[in-house]
Design a protein around this ligand. Structure first.
Ligand code: GLP
Length: 245
């Protein structure tokens, strides 16, 4: 696992946005695995700027997203489909049909079935990940058992509380989500996980400061993958006690 420390959050956008743009420059029909949450915003801003400068063409790119809340329509401002459209897809030349965000409406088992079908035919070149305060990736919450394939997940109380900042109140946060499983994430050729801010200290400490694989911090399973880059800002690196060699 490679760890990169940037001066600040903006630096995360430049490094990781640069990695995603380079992936597309090298392979114009690449498939990008994308993430939501506030962390990836700087990455998407960078990608949009690179597109506006004419440095990258997304017309043959495909994308698949990690997860979606159950119960939110695609036009709900807090749905992950809406987030992706407004933070990235509407600003670059990717055909909307090339983008997949799992459906959050309808029978959950049907949503899972369709997501699994899409994933079966998808080979992700590079997967972008954020991380939850409890170490979740996508919506794979800590627990005795982690799931391999796409599935419905009950959100942890701490995740509901953390994500409440995007909603009017905590009661409005959906309690369930549809999520890629750990195996889906691990199948990507390359993985890049980003984090900043003091709330991610425990999760990132478990990921980069120990050799343990811990079901109570699902991100630690990434230690089994051949090509993972963790990009954090200096403030977080100092809080977890990480020093660059
Ligand atoms: C949500 C998403 C995760 C994301 C996490 C952290 O729970 N399902 O994919 O990593 O939020 O988000 P933020 O970057 O806003 O801290």
């Amino acid at each position: 696992m490679r760890v990169i420390v940037t001066e600040n959050n903006q630096g995360i956008g430049e490094i990781v946005g640069g990695m995603l743009v380079k992936t597309v420059q090298d392979k114009p029909d690449a498939t990008l695995g994308l993430a939501t949450g506030s962390s990836p915003e700087v990455v998407y801003d960078y990608m949009i700027r690179a597109y506006q400068r004419g440095e990258v063409d997304f017309s043959r790119v495909h994308t698949v997203n990690l997860d979606e809340y159950l119960g939110l329509t695609p036009d709900h401002p807090q749905s992950y489909r809406y987030f992706m459209d407004t933070h990235l897809f509407n600003h670059i030349n990717i055909p909307m049909d090339n983008t997949y965000v799992a459906e959050g409406i309808g029978y959950p088992e049907n949503c899972v079935k369709r997501f699994r079908e899409v994933l079966k035919h998808t080979h992700v070149d590079i997967q972008l990940l954020g991380i939850g305060e409890d170490g979740h990736i996508a919506f794979n919450e800590p627990g005795e058992v982690l799931r391999c394939g796409a599935h419905v997940e009950w959100l942890a109380e701490s995740t509901i509380a953390a994500n409440a900042r995007f909603f009017e109140c905590e009661e409005e946060v959906p309690r369930m989500a549809i999520s890629m499983g750990m195996g889906d994430i691990m199948r990507a050729d390359r993985i890049v996980l980003i984090a900043s801010g003091p709330k991610k200290v425990d999760a990132i400490r478990g990921l980069i400061m120990t050799e343990d694989i811990d079901v109570h911090n699902p991100s630690t399973m990434l230690k089994l993958h051949r090509d993972v880059t963790v990009v954090i800002d200096r403030g977080l690196a100092e809080l977890v006690g990480y020093t660059e060699e």
